[in-house]
Design a protein around this ligand. Structure first.
Ligand code: ATP
Ligand code: MG
Length: 495
């Protein structure tokens, strides 16, 4: 197959460098030695391999391209885990991949890949197909003086570019498989599995490392963190995810982590935010928090993550993490808005608490929420839906106390009712509200209309208004208080 232009240019530059006697930036040894591990040796369980990934590999191979399952999926298969997603690597360019499938989309700028989409709606599945990347040393790459934002124009025509610190801003030069392997992060993430021959291809002793339970960075760890500081967070993620199987970060890989932390300051916030969510929403939130502490990274990756670590041992946040891990383990969906609402609930409650007695319940809650968003605006700005969902979860809480009239009927019909209710259950779990209240809503939401009416009738009248400090409000004051919007009964309080 003819290699595309960027790769040809890269090869020509290499040849000229060689003619000029310039030492090659990347000696061939960097690329490791190809080793083929047969099915008899690796014993991957075929049942764990996704049919859609198989289909993508087969389609590409039938069109004459090389194609493999790659990366984390191979790592997981080798240790008997069911991969949560499947990535495919090929020597076809993104355009060629796109032409092979009916629903395929080229995405990304820094790193162009193709999303091959199967199915629709909630059940849709995306297989990420990436073209083998050429290994390029920072010295070979074009350098821009600014960052992703300030150098947008200059970057638009570049296929491989780094900033002054060596951080990779564009990584779109195609190359052979051994070079592709060398630019992956950890040895256990750099293997290729051909499901049709059954062979696993390994250049960096990833197979041995998987057996020895070692997470080892390919090449010089410090240089690799500098190229892409997000690898710092990935190191934490994999050591958390694989911890229960006995995996440990190789000391050389772990050593520079803390010192490199400041490099994360230049990474776009949205990428950090996504990586943070992967730490806490992929089924090993508690393990991730523990690893962050063990590795000395409890502070400094991302402001919201700092808050998570600080609060991880409080009953409410700890219950939220446990709940999230359990849900992911059971294959249930988890929403970032829910976990973030849990993490920031202490702030909302505090602000709400401080205002009760001075103003009606709803405006007090709204103001408290506003304060929390203002204080954290940088963290969730530009994420309208996420913030909207968090707001809804919080503002629903006092409405759970109102179990009279048509209120409960309206509440269960709300689109975000389930999230609000799950939040209420967590509050009940830690003793913030009566468990009876959560049980009542559990029954109510599943009951038919007649049973719902009986449930409402059976509710004892709400106690008289109670202030934040626990004392009963005087009748006079209760009468004078405006009826809060949404109709929450007096007597509710931020528990
Ligand atoms: P997970 O099980 O969480 O999906 P993964 O290893 O598959 O983990 P992905 O983010 O899906 O991680 O990436 C797929 C593969 O792409 C990785 O296994 C690795 O080989 C490569 N990769 C991803 N991100 C980087 C990076 N920042 N630097 C180097 N290689 C990377
Ligand atoms: Mg993956």
């Amino acid at each position: 197959m003819a290699y595309p232009r960027p790769f040809r240019e890269h090869m020509i530059k290499k040849i000229i460098d060689r003619l000029l006697g310039k030492p090659s930036a990347a000696p061939k040894a960097t690329f490791g030695k190809r080793r083929v591990i047969s099915e008899k040796e690796h014993r991957i369980d075929h049942e764990l391999v996704d049919d859609r990934a198989l289909n993508v590999v087969r389609t590409l191979q039938e069109r004459g391209f090389e194609a493999y399952i790659v990366g984390g999926a191979v790592r997981d298969l080798l240790v008997g885990l069911k991969p949560k997603d499947f990535d495919v690597a090929t020597n076809a360019t993104p355009e060629e991949v796109k032409a092979c499938f009916r629903r395929a989309f080229i995405i990304g700028r820094r790193f162009r890949i193709v999303h091959v989409v199967h199915g629709r709606g909630r059940d849709h599945e995306v297989i990420e197909v990436s073209t083998f990347r050429a290994y390029l040393d920072s010295q070979d790459a074009e350098q821009v003086s600014g960052n992703e934002r300030t150098s947008k124009k200059a970057l638009s025509n570049m296929t491989h570019a780094v900033d002054a610190s060596g951080r990779v801003l564009r990584d779109n030069v195609w190359g052979p498989q051994d070079e592709d392997a060398a630019r992956r992060d950890f040895t256990v993430n750099a293997m290729y599995y051909d499901p049709h021959t059954g062979d696993v291809i390994d250049y960096h002793h990833g197979f041995e490392d998987a057996q020895k339970r070692v997470i080892r960075m390919i090449g010089d760890p410090a240089a690799r963190y500098r190229e892409d500081p997000v690898r710092i967070i990935r190191a934490v993620r994999f050591s958390a995810k694989l911890n229960r199987l006995g995996f440990k970060l190789e000391p050389r890989t772990a050593k520079p982590l803390k010192a490199m932390l400041s490099l994360l300051a230049d990474v776009p916030q949205s990428r950090l935010f996504d990586e943070m969510l992967k730490l806490v929403q992929t089924g090993h939130a508690l393990a991730s928090i523990q690893q962050l502490k063990v590795l000395g990274l409890a502070k400094g990756i991302y402001p919201l993550l700092d808050v998570m670590v600080e609060r991880a041992d409080t009953p409410f946040v700890s219950a939220a993490f446990q709940d999230t891990d359990r849900r992911v383990g059971e294959g249930k969906p988890v929403a970032p808005s829910f976990l973030l609402a849990c993490v920031l609930w202490a702030d909302v409650r505090e602000g709400w608490h401080a205002r009760t007695g001075q103003m009606p319940i709803y405006p007090a809650l709204q103001e408290a929420i506003e304060d929390v968003f203002n204080a954290r605006i940088g963290d969730v700005s530009g994420r309208g839906k996420l913030a909207g969902d968090m707001r809804e979860i919080w503002t629903m809480q006092p409405r759970f106390d109102k179990r009279t009239g048509s209120g409960p009927f309206g509440l269960v019909d709300q689109a975000r009712f389930r999230a609000g209710f799950d939040f209420l259950c967590l509050r009940a779990e830690v003793g913030e509200v009566d468990i009876e209240l959560a049980d009542w809503w559990e029954e109510f939401q599943h009951a038919n209309d007649d049973a719902r009416i009986s449930l409402i009738q059976a509710v004892k009248p709400a106690p008289r208004a109670v202030r934040a400090d626990g004392s009963e409000a005087s009748r006079k004051r209760t009468r004078r208080r405006r009826k809060p919007a949404g109709g929450a009964a007096d007597g509710n309080q931020p528990a």
